[in-house]
Design a protein around this ligand. Structure first.
Ligand SMILES: Cc1cc2nc3c(=O)[nH]c(=O)nc-3n(C[C@H](O)[C@H](O)[C@H](O)COP(=O)(O)OP(=O)(O)OC[C@H]3O[C@@H](n4cnc5c(N)ncnc54)[C@H](O)[C@@H]3O)c2cc1C
Length: 44
């Protein structure tokens, strides 16, 4: 079976919150976040 994958564009507050929430709800989910800058939000 193919692994489910979530792609998030933007790694600041909203993007990393969405990625974290998705991982909590589905730990097997493969998540990739694209961030054009050199830093991401790390609190989430
Ligand atoms: C002047 C100002 C002052 C503020 N001060 C505060 C404060 O003191 N405290 C506070 O809590 N909040 C503050 N905020 C609010 C806070 O900045 C925003 O609520 C928060 O950053 C929103 O996060 P976001 O993830 O929705 O959007 P953004 O922070 O805009 O994040 C979007 C991300 O997506 C990336 N991105 C965009 N397009 C692409 C692309 N095509 N490919 C890859 N990456 C991409 C960007 O590089 C960016 O990192 C302030 C806002 C402003 C405008």
């Amino acid at each position: 079976m193919a692994t489910e994958r979530l792609v998030v564009v933007g790694g600041d507050a909203a993007g990393m919150s969405a990625a974290s929430q998705a991982k909590r709800r589905n730990p097997g989910l493969d998540i990739i976040v694209f961030e054009r800058g050199s830093h991401t939000s790390y609190s989430a």
